[in-house]
Design a protein around this ligand. Structure first.
Ligand SMILES: NC(=O)c1ccc[n+]([C@@H]2O[C@H](COP(=O)([O-])OP(=O)(O)OC[C@H]3O[C@@H](n4cnc5c(N)ncnc54)[C@H](OP(=O)(O)O)[C@@H]3O)[C@@H](O)[C@H]2O)c1
Length: 290
């Protein structure tokens, strides 16, 4: 699998990652199946896994996804020490809903609990602040991450659902390695709000979340003619075309397609082989909503 540098860390990881969220929400597969999906991703050379403490059914199930990933890495037949696991904290799941919690005391505990759920024997590779909570300043909410880096519990810090201004505020507190915002054919805001450009300029890895529009919309990609036409021309799936399009948009992009089936991640991994011409990228740009 082609490699990509993580921010400007000098660490190279796979050019396509695995979004592990679909393996822990309410319609998740049995654990044994989910572990097979993660093992297959590793077989394919995927060495970047995105997770969060909140990828679970509700508060009583917190850290489900992190524990699952830890188990899968522990039971894999090859060395997994170079696999980057990027987790997040700052969202709560009361009764299965999603709410923000940027309280520094909560985040301090959340980081510690993620560290333990991921095995507790090496620092969290990347800890991302999941979404800014307007009840606290960015500085207040990122202080626990700064302390966790100093204490050796976290290696690198990233942010998610941040504007350029908020990224700059975060950089005033601590070095940032990645930014994770929504980016897909229906939601192209990072192209227009300056975040993508800023990530390129600052050499931050941009992780587009829900590259296929998420579980609600991924099948609707089949209804976008420019994608189905290109997929047919190249003999690949529309999913590969979308990932190739995202990768062509900026050298800082590392897509994290979600999967709960082996066939999904097998297909998505094929996208590294697909290169779109500038004209093909323009065709997609023109015919998808901004
Ligand atoms: N930071 C944030 O606020 C935030 C928000 C949402 C998501 N995320 C992250 O972004 C990741 C990706 O987003 P997502 O999981 O919401 O949605 P997504 O990647 O847009 O779509 C995921 C769904 O598409 C299907 N799929 C994936 N690859 C496929 C392929 N090649 N062929 C056919 N179907 C395919 C999967 O089906 P199966 O499940 O049947 O395999 C999967 O459930 C998440 O897993 C999570 O790590 C972050």
């Amino acid at each position: 699998m082609e490699k990509k540098q993580l921010g400007k860390t000098g660490i190279y990881t796979s050019a396509i990652g695995l979004g592990a969220m679909p393996m822990s929400l309410s319609d998740r597969p049995p654990e044994s199946e989910a572990i097979k999906v993660i093992h297959r991703a590793l077989d394919l050379g995927i060495a970047f896994i995105d997770t969060a403490d909140s990828y679970c059914r509700d508060e009583s199930d917190k850290h489900h996804n992190e524990r699952l990933i830890h188990k899968a890495l522990q039971t894999y037949h090859r060395d997994t020490s170079e696999v980057i696991v990027a987790t997040k904290g700052g969202l709560m799941r009361p009764q299965g809903n999603w709410t923000r919690n940027g309280n520094p005391k909560h985040l301090q505990q959340a980081i510690r609990s993620s560290f333990e759920a991921l095995g507790g024997n090496k620092p969290i590779d990347i800890w991302q602040y999941h979404a800014p909570d307007p009840n606290y300043t960015i500085e207040e909410s990122l202080k626990p991450a700064k302390e966790a880096v100093a204490a050796g519990i976290v290696r690198f810090v990233g942010v998610s659902n941040f504007s350029v201004e908020q990224i700059q505020q975060a950089q005033g507190v601590i070095d940032i390695v990645s930014v994770q915002n929504q980016y897909n054919p229906w939601h192209r805001q990072p192209e227009f709000d300056g975040v993508l450009e800023y990530c390129e300029q600052e050499k931050l890895t941009f992780l587009p979340w829900s590259p296929f529009g998420g579980r609600r919309r991924y099948q609707n990609l089949q209804d976008i003619p420019v994608l189905t036409n290109l997929a047919q021309e190249k003999g690949v799936s529309v999913y590969c075309i979308v990932l190739a399009w995202l990768r062509a948009k900026s050298p800082c992009i590392l897509p994290i397609p979600g999967a709960s089936k082996i066939s999904s991640i097998e297909d998505s991994a094929r996208a590294v082989e697909i290169k779109l011409s500038a004209l093909e990228v323009e065709r997609i740009d023109r015919e998808t909503a901004s």
